[in-house]
Each structure stands twice: as structure tokens, then as C-alpha cells.
Ligand binder design. Structure first.
Ligand SMILES: NC(=O)c1ccc[n+]([C@@H]2O[C@H](COP(=O)([O-])OP(=O)(O)OC[C@H]3O[C@@H](n4cnc5c(N)ncnc54)[C@H](OP(=O)(O)O)[C@@H]3O)[C@@H](O)[C@H]2O)c1
Length: 282
């Protein structure tokens, strides 16, 4: 299997490359801007083709397609994972912010897919996985450009799935919740309980690609927000607008998690304690 992962220099992309490298006979193509990171990862996983470039550059799709053709002559899996976010209210950040998000999170994905589709069709059964976000289905404040680009990606993926099915190219969508990666704001990375590591998102990418699942939410329960958006859009908007309410929910959830953890640790100590064992024996 030849698999190409964009955004492989960190976070979910790097975790996906490590996970794919464990598949028998996997040969990987790693794409991102930071070449040193890609080379270090290639060494770690026992070798890979490294293509270091900015995916928003005009010639990027052609350069990636040329490297795939030259080094492997086929492509079984394309993981469109590279992405970025720049927070800001629309009134201040404006159209430029939206344009910047569309360039990397949507247009770069569409252009790379277009360049690699002939190879994917030739290698069918093959697969494309597009990495969106739960906010490809509902949107919080200060992330309008990001939300727009991920909504576009999700809608386009639905259509591409239908169009490429007869050609044996499966199209899966992954919607990862918050993970501890470089894209996550610093205050979120300090959260208690800590954010999950990106390995779980990598498993979802495997399920939506080689596993040929249509859509994977990680964690799974996040799809409830999407259901709410259809069933009770007013309620979802009210909840999203209440900053304080969100903070209270988060605080209560982390207290509950801390309490559960200490209860489990406490129960473990009681079981191991000689006093208690002696008492039982007596
Ligand atoms: N982590 C989360 O909580 C979360 C939640 C929802 C969705 N997602 C999505 O998951 C995907 C992966 O994000 P992550 O969490 O792993 O974040 P990350 O650690 O910041 O990784 C983003 C990757 O994209 C690459 N990239 C960004 N701009 C690029 C460009 N112009 N050209 C080429 N590569 C570019 C970066 O590499 P270079 O800087 O080396 O180019 C990096 O490897 C993104 O699409 C993101 O929107 C993440």
C-alpha cells in the first residue's frame, strides 16, 4: 500500500504516518513545509518519501503528483490532513481571514486531490480521507473562516464520495474533536483532564480510509452537536453563545473526572492496604 499523508510534520498527521507504517508493506509519502520534521519521522518509521512544500503554492499539486509517480507509480491512500486556524471576529479579521483558511483547508485539498485522482483511480480499490472537524457541522464564535473552510470540505467530500464510488475510490470524512496538537490553543493544552493524544484520530483515519467507513467522529458522541443543529438549532446557538455556561460545564466535567480518578486510586489503596487485608482475615 502506498499512502500519502499531508501535514505529517506534527499532530494527527504524524500519528497517522506512524500508525500506517505498522501496516504490512506500507510505503509512505510525507508532505508538509518543515522538512527537518518530515525527515526525522521518515527515519523513525524506517524510511519514507519526503515532499517538503507549502500546499497553497501554485505548483504544489503537480510537484507532489510527480514525486508519487517517480517514487512509487501508484497511490492507494490519500490523507488530506494538513490544516490551520487563525482565530478572530469577522468584523476585525475580515475576508482576508476567510481567504487564508480556504487556501489551506479547502482549496489546497481540492487541488491536491485533483492532481492525484488519476493515480488513485488506477490503483483502485483506493481511498481518500479528508480531515475536517466537528465544527464542519456547527460553528463557535471567532472561528468563522475555519468553520467555513471545514463546512466546504465536508460538503465537497459527500459529493466526491458519490462520484468516485463507481471508480473504486472510497472517500471518507474524519471529524476529530480537540486533541493535544500544535493547532490547539495553549490554554486548551493546559486543560484538566488533559486533551487526548492524536493516536485516536489516527485510528479514525484508518477506519475512514482502508476501513472504508463514510464518516468518523472522535470522540463519537460529538455527533450529538450535529444532530442538535438539525433538531434544535436555536438551542445549540444559545448554548454556544453562553461563554459562562460552557466554562461551568467544563469545570464540572473536570471535577467529576478528578473525583472519579481519586475514588479509583483510593479504592486501589484500600485493596492493597495490609490493615484491611488483616482485618478481613481476622
Ligand atoms: N487537534 C485538534 O484539536 C483538531 C480538531 C479538529 C480538527 N483538526 C484538524 O486536524 C488536522 C491536523 O491538525 P493537527 O491537530 O494535527 O494540527 P498541527 O499539529 O498543527 O498539524 C497541522 C499540519 O498541517 C501542516 N500544514 C499547515 N499549513 C500547511 C501548508 N500551508 N502547507 C503544507 N502543510 C501545512 C503542518 O505542517 P508544517 O507547519 O510543517 O507545514 C502540520 O503538519 C487539521 O486539518 C485540523 O484542522 C484538529
Amino acid at each position: 500500500m502506498v499512502a500519502l499523508v499531508t501535514g505529517a510534520s506534527s499532530g494527527i498527521g504524524a500519528a497517522t504516518a506512524r500508525r500506517l507504517a505498522r501496516e504490512p508493506g506500507a510505503r509512505l509519502v510525507l508532505v508538509a513545509r518543515r522538512e527537518d520534521r518530515l525527515r526525522a519521522l521518515a527515519d523513525e518509521i524506517g524510511g519514507a518519501t519526503v515532499v517538503a512544500l507549502d500546499l497553497t503554492d501554485a505548483d504544489a499539486p503537480a510537484r507532489v503528483a510527480e514525486a508519487v509517480e517517480r517514487e512509487h507509480g501508484r497511490l492507494d491512500l490519500l490523507v488530506n490532513n494538513a490544516g490551520a486556524i487563525w482565530f478572530g471576529h469577522f468584523a476585525e479579521a475580515g475576508w482576508d481571514n476567510v481567504r487564508q483558511h480556504m487556501a489551506i483547508n479547502f482549496h489546497a485539498v481540492v487541488r491536491l486531490t485533483e492532481a492525484l485522482l488519476p493515480a488513485l483511480r488506477r490503483s483502485a480499490p483506493s481511498a481518500i480521507v479528508n480531515v475536517a472537524s466537528p465544527i464542519a457541522r456547527f460553528g463557535p464564535r471567532e472561528a468563522g473562516g475555519y468553520v467555513a473552510s471545514k463546512f466546504a470540505l465536508a460538503g465537497w467530500s459527500d459529493v466526491l464520495y458519490l462520484e468516485e464510488r463507481p471508480h473504486g475510490v472510497h472517500v471518507g470524512l474524519v471529524l476529530p474533536g480537540e486533541f493535544a496538537t500544535e493547532i490547539t490553543p495553549a490554554h486548551s493544552r493546559k486543560r484538566v483532564p488533559p486533551l487526548p493524544q492524536p493516536d485516536k484520530a489516527a485510528e479514525a483515519i484508518i477506519a475512514a480510509g482502508p476501513g472504508r467507513r463514510a464518516e468518523r467522529w472522535v470522540p463519537r458522541w460529538y455527533w450529538l452537536f450535529a444532530a442538535m443543529r438539525i433538531l434544535a438549532p436555536g438551542l445549540l446557538r444559545q448554548l454556544a453563545a453562553r461563554k459562562r455556561l460552557r466554562a461551568v460545564i467544563r469545570r464540572k466535567a473536570s471535577r467529576l473526572a478528578a473525583y472519579t480518578r481519586s475514588a479509583i486510586v483510593g479504592a486501589g489503596r484500600l485493596r492493597r492496604s495490609p490493615g484491611r487485608t488483616g482485618h478481613r482475615r481476622g
